[in-house]
Design a protein around this ligand. Structure first.
Ligand SMILES: O=C(CO)[C@H](O)[C@H](O)COP(=O)(O)O
Length: 269
């Protein structure tokens, strides 16, 4: 087992220990390689899961839930008014404000609606994802788009300053664009590193540098965009005190470090 895998497992264990309610009824399960260790940690708790509904964020996530012997309930089968107790997910990068880039695994749309339907969204990752600013190590924003609008969206992204945005292609021997679980395309749009709130407070703007929320809003406004892989704005508790349900930004992010420790970033209340 590599150090990175050990780090993911360690972070998942601490995140689940700290945030999994023992009487959970509705739990969001994200996508990717790290979430596998979250499900492992949930099973290791040894709590009764027979009445718990696990809401997947895509095909891989659903298979993970089913293979663990847990009950999978698709997002559109959640009874009206139900708020998930918690959602766990990985991330491609997390900044000082706990804004995230997601979508490396092409599941960002379902990941966002599950996070936003949850009281608490918890992020689990390894130290490579821990950065002060988004787009430092991970170089592009994944964006889910309607296939018919893909070339128009590419041009609009260039107008926003993206250099060489590209339609993601399939990793399989089948040539052509990768299709998401919605049958949409993913565009990967490189931008320069984004500004965090400390940069804004310090008056740092930088040429062509976007603030996270502002870039997310501008991309979302392009007709043909289903969802943007920038998770920013309110946390779940903030959204609920504003009369909403949940937020896109995690309340806490856990990072497995190379020395075996787990580093935690928590959102301000
Ligand atoms: O956003 C995602 C999928 O759309 C994943 O959560 C993200 O890519 C992290 O994956 P991994 O845990 O394999 O590093």
């Amino acid at each position: 087992m590599s150090n990175v895998e050990d780090a993911k497992r360690a972070a998942a264990k601490v995140a689940v220990t700290n945030h999994y309610p023992k009487d959970a009824r509705w739990v969001g399960i994200g996508s990717g390689t790290t979430i596998v260790y979250v499900v492992e940690a949930i099973k290791a708790l040894g709590v009764d899961t027979s009445l718990t509904h696990y809401v997947p964020t895509g095909y891989q996530s659903r298979q993970l839930i089913l293979n663990a012997g847990l009950m999978a309930v698709e997002f559109d089968a959640i009874p009206p008014g139900t708020v998930l107790d918690v959602a766990f997910d990985g991330a491609d990068e997390v900044d000082d404000d706990l804004n995230c880039i997601k979508g490396g695994g092409a599941c960002l749309f379902q990941e966002k609606i599950v996070a936003m339907q949850s009281k608490e969204f918890i992020c689990v990752a390894d130290s490579r994802k821990l950065q002060s600013n988004l787009l430092s190590n991970w170089k592009y924003v994944p964006i889910e788009v309607a296939p018919i609008a893909a070339y128009r969206v590419l041009r609009k992204l260039e107008e926003l300053g993206s250099v060489k945005p590209a339609i993601r292609t399939s990793l399989t021997p089948k040539e052509g664009p990768l299709k998401t679980d919605q049958g949409f395309f993913i565009i990967d749009a490189p931008f320069p590193p984004l500004l965090n709130t400390a940069d804004i407070a310090a008056g740092k703007t930088g040429s062509g540098a976007w603030q996270v929320d502002a870039l997310a809003r501008h991309i979302k406004q392009i007709a043909g965009v289903l969802e943007v892989g920038l998770f920013s704005g309110m946390t779940g508790p903030q959204a609920r005190s504003a009369g909403g349900v949940g937020g896109q930004r995690p309340v806490a992010a856990y990072f497995g470090m190379p020395d075996g420790s787990v580093s935690v970033r928590k959102a301000a209340a």
